[in-house]
Design a protein around this ligand. Structure first.
Ligand SMILES: Cc1ncc(COP(=O)(O)O)c(C=O)c1O
Length: 386
């Protein structure tokens, strides 16, 4: 815990929601901000981005960071742009996509409300529609998720927006198989990987989606706000940031690297964040976080008498575990329960309803261990309504 700024007196089981960068990374970011202030016009106007795509400057700061990050996530840096967050990335894709009247945008009932709203917005403007595909409940075999996704595709489905790791249920979906099936049927894919970089191994090109958006500030130790959008050569010239600026028409790098005056330090910190993440274990962090929540889910379910059947391959560094049966009634006030855990026990953990099941979403990070899970188990058991 001392490597993070988190209050050491709290039990933080919600790394997934907005991340928590290590101290060494935020210190690096502050040094970078100080460097910017020595000569802000030079740094932010002349050295930051090659928005005219004419080789000037030769090594723009944003490209140096983009190259390191694109290499880490497995995509071509020329088809990679930084964005503030996954929501911004999804909006950029949806708002620049050439939808036509009668087109359908398919989403799933596992999707994140904020980005679903962007789909509604663009559909309304284009005379298109949005339809929600019903996915199986957590605990179903992984093949059922592939079947549900494929069966939901309709002749007018133009674009399928689907999570790689779903928000509330924390399920890791078999995304390569779903993307492949869409490709065979001519359906464009937008994969929301908000939780993916640093959480599970990622190779964007191997996923094969037309568009992939993600956050780096959740699991990859970067400061907020920092995410990316990646695309393919086919779509590169039609993808634009939601904020249009000087790079318009000059390619993904030129357009996304400069979107007006802002603080670029979160993006420029990514090479350092990746270095620290690797130095502290990299794949071992992924394995540690997975083990904590995989083991933890079974411990919680045992102690609570609830059922946890999610296949291991669908579990990354977060897990959704049903609360004890006595809480599974609409009279349970989940907002009050969450607030009680926070105020009385200083436990930060989200509690959600999903398909009629009330559960906690537990996130692991290297500052979490088995005692935190045991503490949560007791805190819930102590609150069982009599
Ligand atoms: C699947 C998914 N998409 C998008 C988001 C939004 O992330 P951000 O607010 O960083 O854009 C989240 C947030 O948790 C998420 O879980």
């Amino acid at each position: 815990m001392d490597r993070f700024q988190l209050d050491p007196t709290i039990t933080y089981l919600n790394h997934g929601t907005v991340g928590a960068p290590p101290k060494v990374v935020t210190e690096y970011q502050r040094r970078l901000q100080d460097q910017i202030e020595l000569q802000p016009a030079q740094f932010l106007l002349r050295d930051l981005a090659d928005f005219e795509a004419n080789g000037n400057p030769a090594r723009p700061h944003m490209r140096v960071a983009a190259e390191a990050t694109a290499d880490f996530v497995g995509c071509d840096p020329d088809l990679f742009g930084f964005v503030d967050n996954a929501t911004t990335g999804a909006s950029a894709v949806l708002r620049s996509f050439p939808f036509e009247a009668g087109d359908e945008i398919l989403i799933t009932d596992l999707g994140y409300g904020g980005v679903n709203n962007a789909a509604e917005y663009v559909a309304k403007r284009a005379g298109a529609t949005v339809r929600e595909c019903v996915m199986p409940s957590p605990g179903a075999p992984v093949d059922d998720f592939v079947t549900a996704a494929i069966d939901a595709l309709a002749p007018n489905t133009r674009l399928f927006m689907i999570d790689h790791i779903a928000a509330h249920t924390a399920l890791t979906l078999p995304i390569e198989r779903i993307v492949q099936a869409c490709r065979e049927r001519g359906v464009v894919t937008l994969v929301d990987g908000a939780h993916v970089p640093g959480a599970i191994p990622l190779d964007v090109e191997a996923v094969g989606a037309d568009f992939y958006v993600a956050n780096l500030h959740k699991w990859l130790f970067t400061p907020r706000s920092c995410g990316f959008v990646a695309t393919t050569p086919e779509w590169a010239s039609s993808l634009h940031p939601t904020v249009i600026s000087w790079g318009y028409g000059n390619g993904v790098a030129a357009e996304f690297d400069l979107v007006g005056t802002r603080d670029p330090s979160p993006m420029l910190t990514t090479p350092k964040a990746i270095e620290i993440w690797k130095q502290w274990g990299g794949d071992e962090i992924i394995a540690y976080n997975h083990d904590i929540v995989w083991r933890g889910a079974h411990i919680l379910a045992d102690l609570w008498g609830s059922t946890f059947q999610t296949p291991e391959e669908m579990v990354g560094p977060m897990v959704f575990v049903p609360l004890p049966d006595v809480f599974q009634t609409r009279s349970t006030d989940e907002v009050a329960l969450r607030a009680e855990l926070w105020h009385d026990d200083r436990i930060e953990v989200p509690i959600y309803w999903h398909k009629g099941v009330l559960g906690v979403r537990v996130s692991a990070q290297i500052y979490v261990d088995d005692t935190d899970i045991a503490f949560l188990a007791d805190a819930i058991n102590d609150r069982r309504p009599s």
